[in-house]
Design a binder for this molecule. Sequence first.
Ligand code: SAH
Length: 393
Amino acid sequence: MVRILLKPRKAKPFFGRHPWVLDSAIDRIEGSPADGDVVDLCTDRDEFIAKGIFNSKSRIHVRLYSWSAQQQLDDHFWRQRLQTAWQLREALGYADPEGAARMVFSEADGLSGLIVDRYADFLVVQVTAQAIALRPQIVPMLVELAQPKGILLRAERDILRAEGLDLQQGLTWGVMPDGPVEIIDKGLHYRVDLSDGQKTGFYLDQRENRIAAAAYMNGRRVLDMFCYTGGFSIAAAVFGKAREVLGIDSSHRAITQAQANAERNRAANVRFDSGDAFDALNAMKASGEQFDGMILDPPKFARSRNSVDDALRAYARLNRLAIDVLTPGGILVTCSCSGHVSQGDFFSMLMSVAQQSGRDIQLLEQRGAAADHPVSFTCPETEYLKCFICRVL
Ligand code: SAH
């Protein structure tokens, strides 16, 4: 067995079950592991800590999966982990065959590097670590568990680079869907592009937040900024009985899909436009156009720990602009999906926006991702989504 020995005083987070062992924590390697090999992680005094998988090409040299010295990382182990993840979604009522759900959420399900989203009869596997990409048993096990029509593999370019991964993206099992896949989410119909859409095609994490936000939108004129394929807009119109909804996104492709989704759900008072969020808000402010409901769901502003301050400034600028076009008593649903920006940081950002704008902001609901995106207390990085529902006086 190959052993990875830590530097002195580096063991605490790993006894605490954090799964990422960075190269900087490692003192020496006994043996010569190939990338993808199972290794034991030990303290500088040779005590066993955990079993993981080695990748010399990644800054995360070892990803940890089991804290028991007896546990083999064999078929039985991976199957059990997948089944445990599946059981949660079934218990949550996310097994509806026409629906969609995140079935496996990486570290939060003890499967660092593996994301599995189900869209009706298809699975999209998003690989975020080589450790998982090199495990040939995963795809057959997913077939066994879900009996899908097809399984597609996806990976983001940054991840391929960071993990030194050479992954054949696209169909890996079964048949390709012929075009976008239709899902029914809370009674609403969406067409999801599994090959070219953002993320795995749809932002499943916002599913419950769309419904929660809609509940405040009755009779309001709503702006859904960063609308992507129209999730918040359509929920606000159909469930929330908003008077009128305008969705804006910089992606033309997303706007075309949003329009089709709105038509599919007979949401007639929803309109979409492409454009840059900051430009659009500035133009509205200049022309005096106002809304009494607003959703802000921007892309990740902080890509690394070093960019948190810049990200917070961008969030402040965006939220300030949003408030400037909100009528008194307007509802602001403001989100951040930057994992590096904490709930506390986001709260403080809104505090300074309130102080500087001269408008009082009341926090009504503080929400996170849907329950099929659990948060693991031993890997706090799994908490990333913040969705604050506020009233702006
Ligand atoms: N609210 C959406 C998800 C939004 S994801 C939903 O519920 O499905 C973030 C979106 O912001 C993406 O669709 C992306 O195309 C868009 N985007 C990125 N930069 C932008 C900008 N500067 N202005 C407007 N939209 C932008």
